[in-house]
Design a protein around this ligand. Structure first.
Ligand code: ADP
Ligand code: MG
Length: 485
């Protein structure tokens, strides 16, 4: 009897569908329609039924929610050795990563054919098998949380001369992630000038224009902590694979790795290369220009400069006014033009402070029912300017260092060569360089009237000791925590 294969695969799938529909019951008829009717049977050969699913996400959903049911019906229809194989309709965005997915109805695990150049774990027996397909990050593709802040968009990132290059490069990147020469896109500036906002905004725009792209925002600190955790859990490979599935990777504040985390830097270096080769977009922010990122691996720094390095500067008065007015409009608050101008003219440190003054003023206005006058604005501005200078002053740093070492703060100014005093002075110089915007010679002048070469030497010395000496590392970390508070 001639078997009509074409009829056969359709019949088999139709019978599968009947059992599935039955098993799900009428209360799940919506799920049945959503997840099973769009499946198209394609072929049946040697006990393997191949079906087509509309997207990778679709496949993932089936695997997560209906794998047992599918296994059961396939066995019923095709016998114990029956297999179900998916053919995913690959769209443009993932076309570079061909994927076929096989679900053996007998085994507990499914396997997937990965592009041959992907690293594949060897299990204990040494066979080429993936450890646990249910946690292979690649399969989770479309379901990761992007960690983007929806309040930071390109639309509400006010444009000015200060940010035009970075902003328009960001737009180009969002339109064609990985396809422009701005890869990586490195955005750097002093604190509070919009790096985090812009990096998020590019991610948001990318998702809007390309909903199927996998975008991920992480701070360098999160990345480092995840990497360390993966090391402890023995899941470093999963960590790396996870990052290799990202289409647009945003890492905020990469300067955090400077002088520490050599392993994290190395892991990132490999991820960077992998993503870059596959035309995935990388967006990095830093509070220093790449050339000034001392303590970051040289090969990493050189990679960071492959694409576009764009600096954000302090907005000019007009842009500051616009930022303030936009904020007021969003909050639905009216404020006289004089007050807005007063703030815009007087806060020239960074946008975060600009906003801080405005928020305090708005709070005063609404909580205390005070009229927002120029006088009130002046008080607020004064308070902000004072507190911000106090926070970052070199003398404050000296005080914290000396308190921690149980030394009188005056010792920094003495010419003593006693070991502990030299250490205190070097630590103060090191942190002054890290935290303040003062030049090496200004730092030197304030730390015992030394010259800039001494400060540079101190910074290097602490950096070296930090790598090699346990006590110094502990001390530096303790101080870092104190300054972060
Ligand atoms: P950074 O990451 O450089 O320290 P942020 O991105 O956190 O700075 O920006 C500080 C604040 O200033 C945020 O609230 C951000 O929304 C706001 N901001 C910065 N630049 C702009 C801009 N051009 N338009 C609107 N808001 C801005
Ligand atoms: Mg930031």
């Amino acid at each position: 009897m001639a078997i009509n294969m074409e009829e056969d695969y359709k019949r088999v799938w139709r019978e599968c569908l009947e059992v599935i529909k039955d098993s799900l019951g009428p209360e799940n008829s919506k799920a049945y329609e959503t997840w099973f009717t769009p499946i198209v049977p394609l072929q049946l050969s040697r006990g393997t039924l191949i079906v087509q699913v509309p997207s990778q996400y679709f496949y993932e959903y089936l695997e997560e929610h209906y794998i047992d049911l599918l296994r059961r019906v396939i066995r019923m229809q095709l016998g114990a050795g029956g297999m179900l194989k998916y053919s995913v309709v690959v769209d443009q965005s993932i076309a570079s990563r061909p994927m076929a997915v096989t679900l053996p109805s007998t085994g507990r695990q499914s396997t997937r054919n990965r592009p041959s150049d992907l690293p594949v774990n060897l299990n204990k027996e040494g066979s080429r098998e993936l450890p646990n397909p249910f946690v292979i990050p690649g399969i989770q593709k479309t379901r990761i949380n992007s960690q983007l802040n929806p309040n930071c968009t390109l639309e509400n990132f006010v444009e000015g001369d200060c940010n035009r290059l970075a902003r328009s490069a960001g737009y180009a990147v969002a339109e064609k992630p990985g396809q422009t020469s701005f890869n990586p896109l490195l955005i750097h500036s002093n604190v509070g000038l919009g790096k985090t906002h812009l990096a998020n905004a590019i991610g948001m725009k990318t998702k809007e224009l390309h909903p199927d792209k996998v975008v991920l925002y992480v701070t360098s600190e999160q990345f480092m902590a995840q990497y360390a955790q993966a090391g402890r859990d023995g899941s470093t490979n999963d960590f790396i694979h996870f990052y290799e599935t990202i289409d647009v990777l945003i890492i905020d504040d990469i300067q955090f790795w400077a002088g520490k985390a050599p392993k994290t830097q190395e892991a990132f270096f490999h991820i960077f290369n992998y993503l870059h080769q596959r035309n995935c977009q990388i967006i990095i922010t830093s509070d220093k220009a790449p050339g000034e990122l001392q303590g970051l691996e040289h090969r990493l720094i050189s990679r960071l400069m492959w694409g576009l390095v764009a600096e954000l500067q302090m907005p000019d008065v007009q842009t500051r006014k616009q930022i303030l007015m936009q904020k007021l409009q969003n909050e639905g608050i009216e404020m006289s033009n004089d007050v807005v101008e007063y703030i815009a003219y007087n806060i020239s440190s960074n946008v975060r402070e600009l906003e801080g003054v405005l928020i305090s003023l708005m709070a005063q206005g609404s909580l205390n029912h005070k009229q927002i006058t120029i006088d009130l604005a002046r008080q607020m501005v004064d308070r902000f300017v004072q507190s911000s200078t106090r926070e970052i002053s070199i003398s404050y740093i000296q005080k914290v260092v000396c308190d921690t070492l149980n030394l009188p703060v005056e010792c920094i100014q003495q010419t003593s060569r006693k070991r502990e005093i030299v250490q205190a002075r070097q630590l103060a110089m090191y942190f002054a360089k890290q935290i303040t915007k003062s030049s090496l010679s200004v730092i030197g002048m304030q730390c015992g009237n030394k010259d800039h070469a001494t400060v540079l030497h101190a910074c290097k010395q602490i950096e070296n000791l930090r790598q090699t000496d346990r006590h110094t590392r502990a001390l530096v970390e303790e101080l870092e925590r104190k300054f972060a508070d």
